[in-house]
Design a protein around this ligand. Sequence first.
Ligand code: ADP
Ligand code: ADP
Length: 225
Amino acid sequence: TSVLSARGLRARYGGFTALDGVDLDVPAGRVTAIVGPNGAGKSTLFHCLAGTLRPARGSVRFGSRDITRLAAHARTRLGIARTFQQLAVFPSLTVTENVRIGAEQGRVIDPGAVERALRLLGLDGPVRALPAAGLPTGTLRRVELARALAGSPRVLLLDEPAAGLDSAEVAALARVLGTLAADGTALLVVEHDLDLVAGLADVVHVMTAGRIVASGPPDRVLDAL
Ligand code: ADP
Ligand code: ADP
């Protein structure tokens, strides 16, 4: 069943149409990927789902609730978490503080959820006490993901989560996303590199020029390109 869905999304920047009627379902227990070349509209779609951009037309639903006009922070509190392409960690805070404080956003966070997130991302060792400044990119991405997970979201929106990771780190990321999907989380990954999502996603939607032009399992979609 679809947790997050979009119908007929249109978005414009001035006279330029960036989303030209996008329908999307993000089901629970699956990793859904949006791929496509630069300029296809992936970030614009991501922003419409995360609440950082209002579509000119169409709707976004969370379950049966219309959230098209709901602000980003309110979506977070409902259980729609996101990561950022540009790492958004506090450099002087420790890994644990980054995960806890980053997840709070005016909410009370279950300390157990913080611990689970740290453990799932392998951040429960000595690294948890280190300041985020100076940690390698792969570790910072894990901090970022743990922060999003510490709020126990039902939907997780991931903006290019594999960017800057080596192949071992991508494989580790795939395992984490698989674990979350198995627990029933609805995951959406936006990624320009089709090869990177091949091992991550259950369903791939290909975007070109503001539309979804192909959808299916990664092997079938890859073959068709
Ligand atoms: P993608 O994430 O697939 O690279 P984007 O959603 O970032 O695509 O952009 C889609 C199109 O909209 C591109 O042509 C981009 O240049 C344009 N665009 C994105 N943001 C803006 C903006 N703030 N103002 C004007 N044009 C924009
Ligand atoms: P991202 O797609 O992750 O936001 P980009 O580097 O593509 O990263 O864009 C950075 C910022 O510039 C975004 O806020 C985006 O909306 C904006 N932007 C992208 N393309 C254009 C454009 N053609 N004109 C104006 N702003 C743009």
